[in-house]
Design a protein around this ligand. Structure first.
Ligand SMILES: Cc1cc2nc3c(=O)[nH]c(=O)nc-3n(C[C@H](O)[C@H](O)[C@H](O)COP(=O)(O)OP(=O)(O)OC[C@H]3O[C@@H](n4cnc5c(N)ncnc54)[C@H](O)[C@@H]3O)c2cc1C
Length: 437
């Protein structure tokens, strides 16, 4: 038992501190909150820098959070994730996060789509604010400290192994993140330790990931954006995933917000061995009949134009010829020469144009990792493991993956705050027992 009355145990616990493993968004806020509540905190980070993912987030501009109300934010996550996050999101809201950053001099603004960024457009400002907050409450940060293993002894004390050193602690917060962008340090170490300690790891899957398609897009298309379309992943003639937004055609396939959002559910079908066709609807706001009416009006307004000229106005120019090939209409045909069947074939293609079939959705290129520590094994009001007492978890290591829009950083911050607060409470309680003895 922690805090047992044997002289040896008391000495050990008195020397203890909270160890936070992982210096990302979740780990840093957890360390700050715990130390602000009076706990002695050491933060271990394997990299030479803290917060590398913060620095690359939002293309280096850091989409810190979203300006939506909390209920709306929570609803962005899958049902079981929303239920789990409810307490943390209400405890440490987007407003509370922004208040902290503003107090540190980081001015922010909200885009029309709700995304919140620092006014400076510099993620480093967010990271520096977190650094200063930790410094002020005396968090001891140890960089270049890759944790190899965590053990728990029969008294419930943790041994955290870093190279040849072993640090003991009564309380540990694991915030090692997901398993994508492994070059940034997130190599999934925490999952391995948690599995050994008895936790269930929900299988790791890519989310918010570019999609590699076959055949690779023609080189002419590369770099072409498709704005405000509906991107669909189709398997066995059914739409298994869709998202309205922008798509970017790249040399390997597809990227851009709509692609990232489609990737998670498309992968679920892909891993079942299904062939997934990735299609785009260029006019999601119009039904087939409305789009056909639009074409009729266009044809009537300038019947002597070629069908290619019209198609170049309807879709990104570089795609126009391919669309006409798919619709089996000659490029130079005059609009007043195309048959009703040809016009309707063009309408059909504009509503569902194939950009290729899924070849790969690589886990490592995901902005987040879906899967992770099973949520039913963590208390959502404290972030303490229900399996190992004194062990707290926060951030992307949990089975949580939100959409693009600042939701993932907010999830890391909110769960980190709750983990830090409750780790401090359990640490302080333990210390007060010892002092009282
Ligand atoms: C390219 C990209 C862009 C993104 N943009 C956004 C965005 O704009 N907005 C948004 O909300 N989300 C964004 N995300 C997602 C967001 O960055 C993450 O969900 C969030 O950073 C997760 O925070 P975390 O603290 O859980 O993990 P991380 O930030 O990944 O931190 C984990 C830390 O643990 C350390 N660590 C791992 N193993 C060990 C070990 N064995 N010993 C010691 N330390 C270890 C790692 O080095 C790392 O520093 C983006 C992600 C990527 C990859």
């Amino acid at each position: 038992m922690k805090g047992s009355s044997s002289l040896y145990s008391i000495t050990m616990v008195n020397e203890q501190q909270i160890i936070v493993i992982g210096g990302g968004a979740g780990g840093m806020i957890a360390a700050w909150r715990a130390a602000a509540l009076g706990a002695k905190v050491m933060l271990l980070e394997k990299n030479t820098h803290l917060g590398i993912k913060i620095l690359i987030s939002g293309g280096g501009k850091c989409n810190i959070t979203n300006g939506a109300d909390i209920q709306t934010m929570i609803r962005q996550f899958q049902m079981n994730e929303s239920r789990f996050l409810k307490y943390a999101f209400h405890t440490f809201t987007n407003i509370a996060l922004l208040d902290l950053l503003h107090a540190e001099g980081v001015e922010t603004y909200v885009q029309e789509n709700g995304k919140v960024f620092p006014k400076s457009h510099d993620a480093e400002d967010v990271l520096n604010a977190l650094r200063r907050m930790m410094e002020r409450v005396n968090v001891s940060v140890r960089l270049q400290s890759p944790v190899k293993e965590i053990f728990v002894d029969s008294d419930g004390l943790f041994s955290v192994k870093i190279g040849r050193d072993t640090i003991t602690a009564s309380t540990v917060i694991v915030a090692t993140g997901g398993s994508s962008y492994q070059k940034t340090g997130t190599t999934g170490d925490g999952y391995r330790w948690m599995k050994k300690l008895g936790h269930t790891i929900v299988p790791l899957r890519p989310a918010l990931t570019p999609i590699i398609v076959s055949p690779a897009p023609p080189s002419l298309w590369q770099g072409t954006p498709i704005r405000d379309c509906n991107l669909m992943a189709i398997s066995d003639k059914k739409i298994v995933s869709e998202w309205r937004g922008d798509v970017l055609i790249t040399h390997f396939g597809l990227s851009g917000p709509a692609t990232l959002e489609v990737s998670r559910n498309a992968y679920l079908e892909f891993e079942r061995g299904k062939m997934i066709d990735i299609c785009v609807d260029f006019y999601p706001e119009l039904t087939f009949e409305q789009l056909d009416e639009k074409l009729i009006a266009e044809i009537a307004s300038a019947p002597a134009r070629t069908v290619l000229t019209l198609t170049e106005q309807l879709v990104p120019q570089k795609l126009a010829e391919y669309i006409l090939i798919s619709a089996k209409i000659g490029f130079i045909k005059k609009l007043n020469q195309i048959s009703k069947n040809e016009r309707r074939a063009l309408t059909t293609i504009l509503k569902r144009f194939s950009l290729g079939t899924v070849k790969e959705i690589p886990l490592d290129r995901g902005e987040v990792t879906a899967g992770g520590i099973a949520l039913n094994e963590v208390d959502p009001t404290t972030m303490e493991s229900r399996i190992v007492k004194g062990l707290f978890l926060c951030g992307e290591i949990l089975d949580i993956a939100g959409p693009v829009g600042g939701y993932n950083l907010q999830a890391a911050f909110s769960t980190g705050y709750v983990a830090g607060e409750n780790a401090a409470n359990s640490f302080n309680e333990l210390n007060s027992h010892i002092t009282a003895q």
